[in-house]
Ligand binder design. Structure first.
Ligand SMILES: [Zn+2]
Length: 285
């Protein structure tokens, strides 16, 4: 009887030992595989961090926890590339370097990243610049209009983010000191005169204000020519009276935005503003 009990105990011990060993083996395998599965994200991290500099890289290597956190953040950023939010301004941060760069929309709800600067080129030795990819189209439009006796004088093209920021800050501070407004109130008032940095199409280098010595551009020959021909060169009239509710910008007959020859005519004929058109087309802008 005792021997039988001893045998049973032995069998139970062996079973227990085997069970514990199996569990330990399973745990080890999970740890091992989960480590391997992080490698693709690790690669992503390296790519993402390559753009933020050596200092960030060193910092993230000092603690494993920090590295994991940074990795997760970078991956999330990568996935939601076109729908990131600027916590300070509450605006969506757009990606001006996406494939359809010519259709990127900035407005009071959408801004470009603060560090973005397009590659620029000068228009016909005027000292006025636009995105390098747009310049040939503006120049061709200028030359063709000239043949018709129309001079499309470029007045304001690319404006740097920094300049926009400086002007916006100065006006905000003026409103604070002159009217005793809070910073928030003053900033809101300033935004009605100067667009906050990164929300102007001029910061993207994709828009041109075309001037004329006469007061009202909407009644000039230049404006008439543009409404009939600008789409052939990829430009559209961006801000009209009837779309103020959507664009947030008053009627600006002088402001012409490049969207590309592939889209300009269709947008013009649709009667929609750029925001509406892209939404209708289901284009992620
Ligand atoms: Zn403008």
């Amino acid at each position: 009887m005792k021997k039988k009990n001893d045998n049973r105990r032995k069998i139970i011990s062996v079973c227990l030992f085997s069970a514990v060993a199996a569990v330990l083996f399973f745990v080890a395998a999970v740890i091992c595989f989960s480590d391997l599965s992080e490698h693709p994200f690790g690669d992503e991290k390296i790519t993402a961090e390559a753009t933020v500099g050596e200092a960030d890289k060193t910092e993230s290597n000092t603690s494993k926890n920090n590295t994991e956190e940074t990795t997760a953040e970078k991956v999330t950023e990568h996935i939601t590339e076109t729908s990131r939010i600027n916590e300070e301004t509450g605006r969506i941060i757009v990606n001006p370097e996406q494939e359809l760069w010519n259709l990127v929309v900035v407005n009071m709800g959408r801004e470009m990243p603060s560090g973005y600067k397009p590659e620029l080129a000068e228009i016909l030795s005027t000292g006025i610049y636009m995105d390098k990819r747009v310049v040939p189209f503006y120049e061709q439009m200028y030359l063709d209009a000239k043949k018709d006796g129309i001079i499309l004088t470029p007045y304001s093209g690319y404006r740097s983010y920094e300049r926009q920021e400086r002007n916006y800050k100065n006006l905000t501070e003026t409103y604070m000191s002159d009217y005793g407004l809070s910073r928030k109130e003053a900033a809101k008032k300033a935004a009605m005169v100067i667009l906050p940095p990164g929300t102007s199409e001029h910061n993207l280098g994709l828009a041109m204000d075309i001037c004329n010595t006469k007061d009202s551009f909407a009644f000039t020959e230049e404006y008439k020519w543009l409404t009939e021909n600008a789409h052939k060169y990829g430009f559209i009239l961006r801000y009209t009276e009837e779309k103020i509710d959507i664009t947030g910008i008053v009627d600006e007959p002088w402001h012409w935005r490049y969207v590309g020859t592939e889209y300009a005519e269709d947008i013009k004929n649709s009667g929609l503003c750029l925001e509406e058109y892209l939404q209708m087309k289901g284009i992620d802008f």
